[in-house]
Design a protein around this ligand. Sequence first.
Ligand code: 6GU
Length: 227
Amino acid sequence: MRIDVLSAVPALLDSTINESIIKRARSRNLAEINVHNLRDYADGKYRQVDDSPFGGGAGMVLKPEPIFRCMQKLLGEREYDEVIYLTPQGVKLNQKKANVLSLKSSLIIICGHYKGIDQRVIEKFVTEEISIGDYVLTGGETAAAVLIDAVVRLIPGVLNDSESALTDSFQTESGFDSPVYTRPAEYEGMKVPEVLLNGNHKDIARWRGQEGLKKYNKVKKKKSNNK
Ligand code: 6GU
């Protein structure tokens, strides 16, 4: 999969794409991620990428020209499956959406300031608007980091067997993982459940199913209190 990200603050994406599993996916050529600095496409001595909104109001809006230029360059080089604009007004990201996006071969992600981008960019290029949740961020880059992480880890070959996405929360039947433990078997007086230590894989699978369901019911209750 190829992902091109348009950003006015590309440094915000550095650690996400250059560390850990996403870094490994890139070095295995399973994901190619290119971050484009909108400043490189801006005019004038100050290479201004944003401006105040027509009609007044607080905050800055990303100007159309740098985004248009970058988009036209990319679209001139290849076709893209989707052009995603990250905005709190978008459709909420969930595991199903991540699964669908992980099957695409090329994506463009446009990151905006929290006050937005010029509407003409959306009308001309954007195929879907995605939000990562019902709260406001200062810019789309942290949302892009979340989206890229959620999608790239699902590309076949990115995770190894022990990291497999098939047993994830939200992919399993109950929707939740069971609690997990690692060595030591006892720490600060707290013991790892006996069933995990006895090597009976049938018992372990049953226990995990039960605990996942317990967690699911507990979280469901918490969620309804948080609405
Ligand atoms: Cl995608 N962008 C911004 N700025 N805030 C958000 C968001 C996106 N998703 C939730 N809040």
